[in-house]
Design a binder for this molecule. Structure first.
Ligand code: PEP
Ligand code: MG
Length: 579
């Protein structure tokens, strides 16, 4: 059995057949074609070349106009690849001779060229390799169509193995048939990992080369607890995985009794334990896991996979569905957070060198006030149906909060003018996920009713560690003293200004951190629905005083590893004593 090591992203174990998406993010089908269809296949190939040529010319002209002619000219090298007679003729000849579909033959021919170029030690030729790959991808995309089509057509139960899965992919795939994920890239807080957890699908991310090591049809085991993927295990090995799985199910069953109990320490300190969702359909799971409310509804998922933007009415209906289902429990809608690793196909967002540092979230919303106000009106209208709160993502300073609140006031006035009902006292919060916001929380607190700490981003910005880059995942340390100090600063600033502070990043779902979060004074913890019972069990096993002592001690430690080692021991002790 071959085992690949990755990052545990969604805690469960699944055994199944692999379905591998090409590592270049496309499925390249292989088909035998009839003799009579050969001319049509060749025309299809020529059409794809023509379409790709037009596409590249368009990009070249745009870049020449918007940046410089020299930058635009780079694309002439791409056009030359398309004119390469040797490649084109070899493809046409092989389609005729081997009677297979054009995209498959084309990908084979390109691979051969790329391999022979890579063997030659010449800078110029090596650069041509990336041109060839780029152009090849475009041609294949024209031949294959959108890969999302193939994801929605998966007919049997499979484990998806991919280079990466965009949120838009996960949204269209046939959820009943995808029983696990394994991806080459990604970290614990990448959106693939978050989606897997929210869909309750076992997942391992950051495997580096799963798409090269695993073939479609292989039997694989995705162990989302340990972060391993086993390829073609023996019967004995499978038996062992089945036992691990049974133990996991038993552990979860033992947590069921916490469902209807309050999230309160042994000495009566109450914490709000909420859940994070991406889709309105997850609301039943939030309730069945015993959460007190929804602490983060990532509203941008409503915008994925569409050719147009959802109207105010459509958004209102979606938000109302969640608020009504949860009432009287509270729901926090996070306004539109696009950019970073969440993109829309229909909004022309420019390609950026550093998307996580770029035109994201509130920055995009403030620059697109009509899109933003449409959402704000929809949220306000939904607030008439239950307990709704809202918060702004990626706040970096007070000016953004003021500007967002100004637009919110405009949205309220528009509704009042139409006599549309909404909650006049709706609570508004700021997500604290940028160090500049964390360090100015005392100032921000004057403009909002609460803070919710987005540790997924806060950690990446504080430690300069890209949250989806598996190579540096070892540096992505929630327990880093810098992160813990930021948390302490945020909580103290919020409390000194009499506002409550919550946490909704993935750190909140790691039970080893629960005592520290509690002890630092976090008022609300929001995590994936699946993690709610275990977090509740930890809170209910501790006194507030014990948690404060743990936090106090942890704040004296000098390195993340020391913190983690100490907290793991504590966690084991708590579990043992709470049996
Ligand atoms: C976060 O950054 O912690 C967060 C909750 O937001 P997202 O993961 O959607 O960026
Ligand atoms: Mg974030």
């Amino acid at each position: 059995m071959k085992t690949l090591k990755g990052i545990a992203a969604s805690p469960d174990i699944v055994i199944g057949k692999a379905y591998v998406l090409d590592s270049e993010e496309m499925v390249i089908p292989q088909r035998v074609i009839k003799e009579s269809m050969i001319p049509k296949e060749i025309t299809r190939f020529q059409d794809a070349l023509t379409e790709t040529r037009a596409e590249i010319q368009k990009i070249r002209d745009k870049i020449s106009k918007e940046i410089s002619k020299e930058h635009g000219d780079i694309f002439n090298a791409h056009l030359m690849v398309l004119e390469d007679r040797a490649i084109i003729e070899e493809v046409m000849e092989r389609v005729k001779k081997e009677k297979q579909n054009a995209e498959y033959i084309f990908s084979q021919v390109l691979r051969k060229y790329v391999q022979s170029f890579l063997k030659i030690d010449d800078e110029y030729l090596r650069e041509r390799v990336s041109d060839i790959n780029d152009v090849g991808r475009r041609v294949i995309r024209h031949l294959v169509g959108d890969r999302r089509a193939s994801l929605s057509e998966i007919k049997e139960k499979v484990i998806l193995v991919a280079y990466d899965l965009a949120p838009s992919d996960t949204a269209v795939m046939h959820r009943k048939n995808v029983i696990g994920f394994a991806t080459d890239i990604g970290g614990r807080t990448s959106h693939t990992a978050i989606m897997a957890k929210s869909l309750e699908i076992p997942a391992v991310v950051g495997l580096e080369n799963a798409t090269r090591q695993i073939r479609t049809g292989d039997t694989i085991v995705v162990d989302g607890i340990q972060g391993n993927v086993a390829i073609n295990p023996t019967a004995g090995e499978l038996q062992k995985f089945r036992q691990d799985h049974a133990r996991h199910i038993e552990f979860n069953r033992s947590l069921k009794r916490f469902r209807d109990l309050p999230c309160v320490t042994t000495d009566g300190h109450r914490v709000e334990l909420a859940a994070n969702i991406e889709f309105p359909e997850e609301t039943p799971s939030v309730l069945s896991h015993g959460a007190d409310g929804i602490g983060l509804y990532r509203s941008e998922f409503l915008y994925m996979n569409r050719v147009d933007l959802p109207s105010e009415e459509e958004q209102y209906q979606a938000y109302k569905k969640v608020v009504t289902a949860m009432a009287p429990k509270s729901v926090i809608i996070r306004t539109f957070d696009l950019g970073g690793d969440k993109f829309l196909s229909h909004l022309e967002m420019p390609h950026e060198m550093n998307p996580f540092l770029g035109w994201r979230a509130i920055r995009f919303c403030l620059a697109s006030p009509e899109i933003f106000k449409t959402q704000l009106r929809a949220i306000l209208r939904a607030s008439a149906h239950g307990k709704l709160r809202m918060m702004y993502p990626m706040i970096s300073g007070v000016a953004e909060v003021k500007e967002a609140n100004k637009l919110l006031e405009e949205a309220k006035s528009e509704l009042r003018a139409k006599k549309t009902a909404f909650d006049e006292k709706i609570e508004v919060g700021a997500m604290i996920e940028i160090p500049s916001a964390a360090l100015t929380c005392d100032i921000l607190a004057e403009e909002v009713d609460f803070f919710s700490v987005g540790t997924n981003d806060l950690i990446q910005y504080a430690l300069a560690v890209d949250r989806i880059n598996e190579r540096i995942a070892y540096l992505y340390e929630p327990a880093h003293p810098a992160v813990l100090r930021l948390l302490q600063t945020i909580i103290e600033a919020g409390h000194s200004k009499k506002i409550w502070v919550g946490i909704c990043g993935e750190m909140s779902g790691d039970p080893i951190f629960t005592p520290v979060l509690l002890g630092l004074g976090m008022d609300e913890i929001s995590t994936s629905p699946v993690m709610v019972p275990e977090i509740k069990k930890i809170v209910r096993s501790l006194s507030y005083e014990e948690a404060r002592q743990i936090a106090k001690y942890v704040m004296t430690l000098r390195a993340g590893t020391e913190v983690v080692n100490f907290l793991k021991l504590k966690y084991q002790q708590i579990l043992r004593s709470s049996k």
